[in-house]
Design a protein around this ligand. Structure first.
Ligand code: ARG
Length: 458
């Protein structure tokens, strides 16, 4: 029997009840709901809405239920309509009539909205910590590769030499922004505690949402508009957006790893800790984990799209459609959390072949820009220098040579500005070291960037 069964409403059909149920999904809100209910009960006592001896018993029993659930002695009844009904039924079982009083001055709408916000704040705290751990792992790997020169690409064509450290730190920046999104969202959720909003129009009891807020860790302020408090799911959409963006970052990295560990590149190799074998081809080491990350990213986008689509046409305030959002949000949280937790191990399992990376810089004219810059430094207009450098590339391509292989006489045939120091100018290592601009690939600049990120996440 549902908690809302009464004379006015006869029993539902079993099929409809089953369809309406959400406990298989929302059971994970149990602890969050118990915390929300405790805060509500404490407020009822403080405001004199219920006698203090009753609210004390409610608060203590709700805390006892938290502990019982944590130690496994409280079993959820999965025939309940949802976790919120289960908690009220269990509390009533334990306390008799007093248990039934916990719902005074609240609705399941503000109760659910609050449990979800509590749950989300917990999850955001996890994501904030785990993102910092991932960034630290990136920093450690980068510090070991400040001098590891590799080709940088645009359009997947060899473009200019960079370092592996600089490449990795590009990802650190992405995760720093992801971190900022989680932190911003945390503050926004914390400042909009929904309990007290009631079904949609608050309560006729003298409730005090500010006091309820003070009883809930992390929250800073109650809702500003009771209709909005129980009808918006912006926090879920924002969370899934942040998760989608973060998983997109992980997916790009995964894609590069898959590509770079192929025989065609062989820039990196995955240890057995993060690769799989083939059931038929004994020579294979496949990057399944990276592929799965890339695949799960699509799934997380799906979660975001599902929630946006569920929300787009539902009238204010609460509608049952909103129950459906939880499953999508939990799915996104679970999968991105699993991906994020793999990042440090993944980096560790990535063995860099610095010689192959350096050798790859030897073809593809990654120093052609530097050749043009050389002439510009000698007074030639850049556009003319660009043309001459291009002619040199064409000449080398014809002869199947690199810019480094040409004699000074050959250079001077293209411009008399060329002198013996051209070789130093186009030396690949120099090409990297010379780009000692803040935010650039030179080891000193990357080290400075690392220090900035370190300070940022401290
Ligand atoms: N399980 C429901 C949900 O999560 C509880 C809210 C019920 N409120 C209502 N007005 N029917 O959405």
């Amino acid at each position: 029997m549902a908690i809302w069964s009464n004379k006015f409403h006869e029993e539902m059909s079993q099929d409809a009840y089953n369809f309406n149920q959400s406990i298989q999904v929302d059971y994970r809100l149990l602890d969050a709901d118990l915390r929300g209910s405790k805060a509500h009960a404490a407020m009822l006592g403080k405001q004199g809405i219920l006698p203090l001896e009753e609210t004390d018993r409610l608060v203590n029993e709700l805390e006892q239920m938290r502990q019982d659930y944590a130690n496994g002695s409280l079993q959820i009844d999965f025939t309940s309509e949802d976790v919120h009904s289960f908690i009220e039924a269990e509390l009533t079982e334990r306390l008799g009539t007093i248990g039934k009083k916990v719902h005074t001055g609240r609705s399941r709408n503000d109760q659910v909205a609050t449990a979800m916000r509590i749950y989300v704040l917990d999850e955001l705290t996890d994501f904030i910590n785990q993102t910092k751990t991932a960034i630290q792992a990136i920093i450690s790997k980068a510090e070991a590769h400040l001098d590891t020169i590799m080709p940088g690409y645009t359009h997947l064509q060899r473009a200019q030499p960079i370092t592996y450290a600089h490449y990795l730190m590009a990802y650190a920046q992405m995760y720093v922004r992801d971190l900022g999104r989680f932190e911003d969202l945390y503050d926004r959720v914390a400042a909009d505690m929904p309990l007290g909003a009631g079904a949609l129009a608050t309560s006729s009891y003298p409730i005090d949402p500010f006091y309820t807020t003070s009883q809930l860790d992390g929250f800073t302020a109650p809702f500003v508009n009771s209709i909005d408090a129980v009808s918006n799911n912006d926090y879920a959409i924002e969370f899934l957006s942040a998760l989608s963006i973060m998983s997109m970052h992980m997916s790009r990295y995964a894609e590069e790893t898959i590509m770079w560990s192929s025989q065609e590149f062989r820039f990196i190799r995955l240890t057995d800790a993060f690769s799989t074998g083939s059931s038929i081809m004994p020579q294979k080491k496949n990057a399944d984990i990276h592929e799965l990350m890339r695949g799960k990213t699509g799934r997380v986008y799906g979660d975001l799209m599902a929630v946006l689509t569920i929300m787009k046409g539902i009238p204010l305030a609460y509608d049952k459609d909103m129950q459906e959002i939880k499953e999508q949000l939990f799915d996104g949280i679970d999968h991105v959390k699993a991906m994020l937790s793999l990042l440090p191990g993944m980096l560790e399992a990535t063995i860099v072949d610095a010689d192959r990376m350096y050798a790859a810089c030897g073809s593809g004219f990654l120093n052609a820009t530097d050749c043009a810059d050389y002439l510009t430094n000698k007074g030639m207009a850049f556009r003319d220098a660009y043309k001459i450098s291009g002619n040199l590339v064409a000449y080398c391509t014809e002869k199947d040579q690199a810019l480094e292989d040409l004699t000074l006489e050959e250079y001077q045939g293209f411009s008399d500005l060329f002198e013996a120091d051209i070789y130093e100018a186009i030396d690949l290592k120099n090409c990297v070291y010379r780009r000692n601009v803040a935010g650039g690939p030179a080891p000193e600049a990357v080290q400075a960037a690392i220090e900035r990120v370190r300070t940022n996440i401290a």
